[in-house]
Design a protein around this ligand. Structure first.
Ligand SMILES: *[C@@H]1O[C@H](CO)[C@@H](O)[C@H](O)[C@H]1NC(C)=O
Ligand SMILES: *[C@@H]1O[C@H](CO)[C@@H](O)[C@H](O)[C@H]1NC(C)=O
Ligand SMILES: *[C@@H]1O[C@H](CO)[C@@H](O)[C@H](O)[C@H]1NC(C)=O
Length: 378
């Protein structure tokens, strides 16, 4: 098959809004540089402070309890030690250890106090979550600069625990929202994940604003329903404002989170790095948005293969580094536009240089088609 034929076939399939199955979660996390294995993925550990989910698939109903910590999220047996001001880095990836591959949509992080030990705490719709970070487009109105796209090369999402936060046990709800299918109600994909942390120190700060899950998101919120490929709009984050942390005993006296001093944060997109400015120097593979634009790796290639839903337990992990650019976790759901097709064409051309697994085989295309046809018939 000629490659251009493949591209048109792919474009047609994607244009049908097909929903493929395989997506991802944080594979590991660091807290001030200390690494913890995730609870899902090829290097998962049963001691992980992250809550294990039952599938790499997204939550698609923001009114379900799965929106809290992910699909069937289970309590974790341990908690990571942190402090106010600690840097958290979440390394997102796929079921087989490859890099994250969706590129449109925000990364939003909340925290909630566990009533006691987080290992025995079950959050529900009365749990008080406060937003600590939100990352949208690094250039407001430029839909090619989403924070999420910076994860495509394996870089972590970086979040800072607010200064002044009261000591105690918390869940950190760190979430990617993928907007590639969000032109219709129900198309938005939520990937919430929860990390259990024990925050030390002597601070006493409390958030000025909290939300509930379910409840914080509606399927018709302006940041959840719409065509987010179009440039020129200002993204409106769902889930309220980044909270101000204040209270007596707060060490700094200042409201911590650097993103809390702007005027109206509800319509402001923070740069992927701005809200974590203090920590950016410690990001190992810091990627700027300019390098992002120029980098071929910033293109999802995952449409080249499709996985089946909920196959996490049965599929065997593949080597993580040799050909991680293409993962067994297809993204037929990545809605494609001409621009990304152009990029993909360039990328694939560049990658045709040696890594044979990155070129779609006739067989994988056939499978893709067959599965696509299958999906359509429902
Ligand atoms: C809490 O603080 C943030 C940041 O200053 C602000 O945008 C938000 O409106 C405040 N919320 C309330 C309920 O006052
Ligand atoms: C994978 O990457 C790690 C670190 O980059 C390296 O030590 C290891 O040898 C690599 N494994 C393979 C199979 O290439
Ligand atoms: C081709 O492969 C080599 C070695 O793997 C790599 O260093 C080089 O950047 C690749 N070139 C392109 C255009 O991808």
């Amino acid at each position: 098959m000629r490659f251009s034929t493949f591209l048109s076939a792919a474009f047609v399939l994607l244009s049908l809004g097909l929903h493929a199955s395989a997506h991802g979660y944080p594979l590991r996390v660091t807290v001030d540089g200390t690494e913890y294995a995730g609870a899902n993925g090829p290097s998962a550990s049963s001691d992980s402070p992250m809550r294990e989910v039952s599938s790499n698939s997204p939550v698609t109903d923001p009114t379900s309890n799965d929106i809290i910590c992910g699909l069937d999220a289970a309590q974790a047996s341990s908690s990571a030690s942190a402090n106010p001001g600690s840097t958290l880095q979440f390394f997102w990836g796929t079921i087989s250890g490859g890099n994250w591959f969706h590129n449109v949509g925000p990364i939003i992080t909340y925290m909630a106090a566990c009533s006691d030990d987080c290992s025995s705490f079950t959050p529900d719709d009365s749990t008080e979550w406060f937003k600590i970070d939100q990352q949208g487009e690094s250039t407001d109105g430029d839909s090619s600069t989403w924070a999420q796209a910076e994860l495509l090369d394996g870089s972590p999402a970086t979040v800072t625990i607010p200064n002044g936060l009261k000591a105690g046990n918390y869940l950190v709800r760190h979430e990617i929202i993928s907007l590639q299918n969000s032109v219709s109600v129900g198309g938005t994909e939520y990937y919430p994940s929860c990390l259990q942390v024990t925050v030390g120190g002597n601070d006493n700060g409390e958030p000025n604003e909290t939300v509930h899950f379910p409840g914080a998101y509606s399927e018709t919120d302006p940041g959840i329903l719409g065509d987010f490929y179009t440039s020129g709009y200002t993204y409106v984050f769902p889930g309220g404002s980044v909270a101000t942390i204040s209270g007596s005993g707060s060490s700094s006296g200042s409201s911590s989170s650097s993103s809390s001093d702007g005027p109206t944060s509800s319509t402001r997109s923070s740069s992927p790095t701005s809200s974590t400015a203090t920590s950016s120097a410690s990001v190992p593979a810091a990627s700027s948005s300019s390098s992002l634009a120029a980098s071929p790796s910033a293109v999802p290639t995952a449409l080249l293969a499709v996985d089946t839903p909920g196959s996490s337990s049965s599929s065997s992990p593949s080597p993580t580094n040799t050909s991680s650019a293409v993962d067994a976790t297809g993204s037929g759901s990545c809605r494609s536009k001409k621009r990304s097709l152009r990029r993909r064409r360039a990328t694939t051309a560049a990658r045709a240089n040696g890594t044979s697994s990155e070129v779609p085989s006739r067989r994988s295309m056939k499978m893709h088609r067959r599965r696509a046809a299958h999906a359509v018939s429902f």
